[in-house]
Design a protein around this ligand. Structure first.
Ligand code: SF4
Length: 297
């Protein structure tokens, strides 16, 4: 039975067993849930299909959300994939990751079906990044499904060591964790060893440290939805760095602890209270009033 509560332990288990991190996480999950290996994988396969369905829905939906703040951006960025347009600096794969992430986040804002990965606010990052990898690199669904366990392993560890909620640790905890999860999955898919996978996660997380949670009107729409698109591309960058041999100078577990410390130090105004940052701008306040009416303090 594999056991781990830190990234160093998870990496060591994988290295000792000569297995990818996904195998370690699947085995532990099967053991803890009293299910067979195949049952656990089948459950994750179902989640992957839900993610893909959300992307399909989002990239084809030009409608605004109920608040009117967001909606219809996924089809716009997805249209940049059209090679004949030739205007994308990102290129097809990264542009696809961005579109997929925005699509899922828009579906979530519209109360559609998504997989909280690790949370609803950050639900587009892992699917968007993996959808792009699937479409352009790894056509078979099964390696993608397995890589979701790698993502899950990092999500579980970060949740245990620090936190994954914007209300507790700021957006660095929510979208930062999703970025680490996506980068880890992408790196395993690209053939990175467990050490590279761990460092991809660290690279992704550490470059989002300090990110505030400041949703306009308290709705998980602005800046959340576009942020999902940006961070899916961010995860691709972290994975490419790790695969190229770049390592985080600060060890992965220490990056997670730094995230926790920063989260503890963040003021309440930047922890999903809509009391600071973008939510507190004149426009943020005006939009809140427009949606909910003038409120007496
Ligand atoms: S800004 Fe806050 S609500 Fe929005 S995605 Fe980030 S953590 Fe979630």
């Amino acid at each position: 039975m594999y056991d781990f509560s830190t990234i160093a332990e998870l990496t060591a288990e994988a290295e000792k067993a000569g297995l990818p991190i996904s195998s370690i996480v699947i085995s532990r999950e099967a053991n803890e849930s009293q299910k067979t290996y195949d049952e656990v994988v089948a459950q994750m396969r179902h989640s992957w299909h839900t993610m893909k369905d959300a992307i399909d829905k989002g990239i084809n939906n030009p409608q605004k959300s109920v608040s009117g703040l967001t909606g219809g951006d996924a089809p716009k960025i997805y249209s940049m994939l059209n090679a004949s347009a030739g205007k994308s600096y990102l290129g097809e794969l990264a542009c696809c990751a961005c579109a997929g992430a925005v699509a899922v986040a828009e579906v979530s804002a519209g109360m559609g079906r998504i997989v909280a990965c690790p949370t609803a606010g950050s639900c587009g990052i892992v699917p968007g990044a993996l959808y792009a990898a699937h479409r352009y690199k790894i056509k078979n669904d099964e390696p993608i499904v397995r890589s979701l366990f790698t993502a899950a392993g990092f999500g579980m560890i970060i949740d245990e060591m620090a936190c994954i909620a914007g209300a507790e640790g700021g957006c660095q905890a929510e979208c930062g964790t999703a970025a680490a999860m996506a980068a880890a999955a992408l790196t395993e898919l690209a053939g990175g060893n467990p050490e590279a996978v761990a460092h991809a996660a660290a690279l992704a997380l550490k470059n989002l440290l300090g990110l505030a949670c400041d949703p306009v009107a308290g709705l998980v729409e602005v800046p959340c939805i576009k942020r999902n698109g940006f961070i899916a591309v961010h995860a691709l960058t972290a994975s490419d760095m790790a695969i190229s041999g770049i390592r985080s100078v600060i060890p992965p577990d220490e990056v997670v602890m730094a995230m926790k410390e920063i989260g503890d130090q963040l003021p309440l105004a930047l922890k999903e209270t809509a009391g600071g940052g973008l939510a507190a701008t004149p426009t943020g306040r005006r939009l809140k009033e427009q949606i909910f009416g003038k409120q007496t303090e």
